[in-house]
Ligand binder design. Structure first.
Ligand code: ZN
Ligand code: FE
Length: 239
């Protein structure tokens, strides 16, 4: 099993510090280096790997400083080679990377960007989705088509229900309001809004959430057709 620590960075981004049972460390999407270094120093750790879900600066701007300080190996989407700072190894669909004894599987999930990937740890039931899937939301289509994103989300929903979703931003409170505007009578959604409001008041992260609860409440996963998905994505852009 891997141990996951949430490290808030920038305005509303989340980086994640992963610790394997055999003592290896990795950070997912370091949008800045400072908070990651602070955490590593406070816990007397170094950094073996840097994992990037996609090329956007709020997910990669910490790469160079962290690699310089710790000699970390930078892993990211092969399809975004050239756009990921100091990338060492590009990863593609279906590839399995050994993070110590832990398997990490690569899922290509284009839509938000064309090369976006998710990192899946089957034994630990964890999925790092970057800006592809948010809690009760999905990423904006900066590069891909609605059809690409719809297929990418379908790939994610094929994973087991108990998989924990760790996404790239804290957008959940506003996302709840949007989902309720689409499905005002969804009881699971109404209950979840109460839970999210409590977390928000306590200034606590809303991540992670199980894929099960996402399937019950995230309208982008609940869209029955590509047309419906496209309509929701367009409405969300102006919500
Ligand atoms: Zn992004
Ligand atoms: Fe982002």
């Amino acid at each position: 099993m891997i141990d996951v620590t949430i490290i808030p960075v920038l305005e509303d981004n989340y980086a994640y510090l992963l610790l394997s049972q055999d003592g290896l460390t990795a950070v997912v999407d370091p949008g800045e280096a400072g908070p990651i270094i602070d955490y590593l120093e406070a816990n007397a750790l170094t950094l073996d790997y840097i994992l990037n879900t996609h090329h956007h600066g709020d997910h990669t701007a910490g790469n160079a400083a962290l690699k310089k300080k710790y000699g970390s190996t930078v892993l990211g989407p092969e399809k975004e080679r050239g756009r990921i700072p100091v990338l060492d190894r590009g990863l593609s669909e279906g590839e399995v990377f050994s993070f110590g004894q832990e398997e990490m599987k690569i899922m290509e999930t284009p839509g938000h960007t064309l090369g976006a990937i998710c990192f899946y740890f089957p034994d630990s039931h964890c999925l790092f989705t970057g800006d592809t899937l948010f809690l009760m939301g999905c990423g904006r289509l900066f590069e891909g088509t609605p059809a690409q994103m719809y297929q990418s989300l379908k790939k994610i929903t094929a994973l087991p229900d108990d998989v924990l979703i760790y996404c790239g931003h804290e957008y959940t409170l506003e996302a709840t309001d949007f989902c309720l505007s689409i499905e005002p009578d969804n009881e699971a959604l109404k209950k979840r809004q109460k839970d999210i409001r409590v977390l928000d008041q306590q200034k606590k992260p809303t991540v992670p959430a199980t894929l099960r609860i996402e399937k019950d409440t995230n309208v982008f996963l609940r869209a029955k057709t590509l047309e419906q998905f496209t309509e929701y994505r367009e409405k969300r852009n102006v919500f």
